[in-house]
Design a protein around this ligand. Structure first.
Ligand SMILES: Cc1cc2nc3c(=O)[nH]c(=O)nc-3n(C[C@H](O)[C@H](O)[C@H](O)COP(=O)(O)OP(=O)(O)OC[C@H]3O[C@@H](n4cnc5c(N)ncnc54)[C@H](O)[C@@H]3O)c2cc1C
Length: 391
């Protein structure tokens, strides 16, 4: 269980605790994380102790019971630090725990969710394959019924936390019906092997994994929800939740990038004045702040709607698209403001510039969201809704 003193905090006090943890422990430890090539284990323990694995689950599952709005406000705080810290627990708290909470059997929920919330069990979400990237329906991993369970065969790639997770949520296709199901697989089960790539261009300290499954046996009790053929619907529950968290992550990253760029522009002098006095830089920094605040407002508004009526799919897509593109633009301008220091040496800005680039690819590439939004426009623009001036 979590320390009772964390549970007793009001939301305002909890945010203040996470803000202090970010400023005093996570951000200062970034150089150590880069040297080690992974999140220092003591910080993973601290994140679990402070309840960061518990922010998305209700108290009935051992969680802290924060609303989606509160979750995104928290995310905007701790993602001012390297996005890799968040990746260490994001697949447990979002993609996997939300699918299990919404679609798991009574036994799966009771067995797994309190362990996720306490940070004792790390989970990874294994959907992507060589043939199934943006087109998640093209999964080739197979599940063949065998006695009272199934045998899984296939390969997954780009799986966050796949190398050190305890549980993998594996999506596989039934050979008989060709329907997709999700299976809870023990990462140490016979036939499961994982490896990390030699090079990551961004998220370097949290490498994704390739996973091979060779004749891996799972029981019927490991089929998520106990019903075959529900895999895509179950995946989407986790994905919609993860997308709004990625949008909030982009806001957190852009906040830090803008802060770093502004500090540099205020302290470095050229032509006898601080860079901050140069109109060209003012244009980049001022524009960045306006875009950052637009992104922040969109995410918070979207999260409020999530709390009111459930995941607003298109608005989550819009927030994910806008905020991740915004963070990349802010990162690019921050590198420009730093000049040579943005390319040479250990400054945080170029590392974050590489990190935020990935946000436009995972949880649906920007072009997928553009396509989905364009297709939904006729409905979106005709919906009678207090937010919609076109209705
Ligand atoms: C750091 C990182 C972490 C990840 N973590 C996970 C994880 O934990 N679990 C998991 O299952 N997966 C994970 N992924 C995989 C991620 O979801 C996929 O990379 C993503 O869905 C894109 O698939 P792809 O890489 O095969 O690109 P492709 O599908 O080959 O697409 C390449 C590009 O083509 C364009 N494109 C493709 N389809 C369309 C379309 N229909 N319309 C318009 N444009 C299109 C887009 O620009 C896209 O970027 C991760 C990826 C990264 C980089």
């Amino acid at each position: 269980m979590l320390a009772e003193d964390v549970r007793a905090l009001t939301f305002e006090d909890y945010v203040a605790t996470i803000r202090a943890f970010t400023d005093e422990e996570l951000i200062p430890a970034e150089p150590e994380m880069v040297r080690l090539g992974e999140v220092p284990p003591r910080l993973v323990d601290r994140m679990a102790g402070l309840g960061l694995f518990a922010i998305t689950l209700g108290p009935e599952h051992g969680g802290l019971g924060w609303s989606v709005e509160q979750q995104v406000l928290l995310t905007m705080e701790f993602t001012r630090a390297s996005v890799v810290y968040r990746s260490r627990f994001s697949t447990t708290i979002g993609l996997v725990s939300q699918a299990v909470a919404a679609h798991g059997t009574e036994d799966q929920r009771a067995r797994l969710l309190p362990e996720f919330a306490a940070g004792r069990t790390v989970a990874a979400f294994a959907l992507t394959e060589e043939s199934a990237g943006t087109d998640a329906t093209a999964v080739r991993t197979t599940a063949v019924a065998d006695g009272d369970g199934f045998v899984l065969n296939g390969s997954k790639r780009y799986i966050t936390n796949g190398h050190w997770a305890d549980v993998l949520l594996v999506f596989a296709r039934h050979e008989e019906s060709s329907a997709l199901s999700a299976f809870l697989v023990d990462r140490t089960a016979a036939g499961v092997t994982t490896r990390v790539p030699e090079q990551m261009n961004g998220h370097a300290e949290g490498p994704v994994a390739e996973i091979d499954l060779v004749d891996v046996r799972v029981g019927r009790a490991d089929l998520l929800g106990g019903v075959e053929g529900q895999g895509l619907r179950q995946a989407m529950r986790g994905i919609n939740h993860a997308r709004i968290h990625v949008a909030a992550t982009a806001v957190g990253q852009a906040t830090r990038l803008l802060q770093e760029a502004t500090e540099h522009a205020a302290s470095r002098h050229q032509f006898g004045q601080p860079l901050l006095e140069l109109g060209a830089l003012q244009s980049m920094l001022g524009r960045s702040y306006a875009e950052l605040e637009a992104g922040r407002a969109l995410v918070v508004d979207c999260a409020r709607e999530f709390d009111r009526v459930g995941p607003p799919r298109e608005r989550i897509s819009a927030a994910k698209l806008y905020c991740t593109e915004m963070a990349s633009a802010v990162a690019d301008r921050a590198v420009q403001v730093l000049g040579g220091a943005g390319i040479v040496g250990p400054h945080a800005v170029p590392r974050m510039w590489r990190d935020v680039r990935a946000l436009r690819i995972y949880e649906g590439a920007s072009q997928l969201h553009e396509r989905n939004l364009a297709r939904a426009l006729p409905t979106l623009l005709s919906t009678s809704d207090e937010r919609n001036p076109h209705a």
